[in-house]
Design a protein around this ligand. Structure first.
Ligand SMILES: CC(C)(COP(=O)(O)OP(=O)(O)OC[C@H]1O[C@@H](n2cnc3c(N)ncnc32)[C@H](O)[C@@H]1OP(=O)(O)O)[C@@H](O)C(=O)NCCC(=O)NCCS
Length: 137
């Protein structure tokens, strides 16, 4: 088990889905082991709506990777000045996604869903310069 490699992640910008649903990054293992560069999942940002999204491959779930990948994305996108409000949408029954968002400082927020589907929740987090670390509870 290459714990060092599994412990560290990096984001690599990809044009895999260019033009579709915003900007995308591969989430890769980034350690000293042979698995460096292996795909763990994807993160996404839609500039127009400031919406973030994330997904982790099934075989890598439950190890804190989504939590860390989202933290890296917020880090990457944090504004140099002023504040930026990130939003995320998740289904009410997606407890894992909600846990990932909450530990990254997102909180339930009012606002338009677009399709006004009550089975979705909207969460938001306002980020300023040097505020990339998860916010306190
Ligand atoms: C949601 C998803 C990204 C989580 O990935 P992950 O790497 O397993 O997430 P992490 O290990 O970082 O954290 C999972 C959190 O959910 C919690 N969790 C997992 N399954 C849960 C469940 N059934 N009920 C409640 N909490 C659950 C874990 O305890 C952990 O919470 P913690 O940080 O408070 O300990 C992954 O399941 C996934 O890709 N799902 C499909 C795509 C998706 O739903 N994306 C989110 C769209 S908004």
């Amino acid at each position: 088990m290459q714990l060092a490699a599994l412990d560290t992640l990096r984001l690599v910008r990809t044009d895999l889905h260019e033009g579709e649903h915003g900007d995308w990054w591969r989430v890769e293992l980034d350690g000293a082991g042979a698995k460096t560069g292996e795909l763990v999942g994807f993160v996404q940002f839609v500039r127009e709506t400031r919406e973030v999204g994330f997904g982790v491959l099934a075989s890598y779930r439950g190890r804190g990777f989504a939590h860390r990948a989202l933290a890296l994305l917020i880090d990457e996108l944090a504004p140099a000045s002023g504040r930026l409000e990130f939003v995320a949408f998740t289904r009410r029954d997606n407890a894992a996604a909600q846990a990932v968002l909450r530990t990254n400082g997102f909180r339930l927020a009012d606002g338009p869903r677009g399709d006004a589907d009550p089975s979705w929740l909207r969460l938001a987090r306002s980020v300023g310069p040097h505020e990339s670390a998860p916010g306190p509870d």
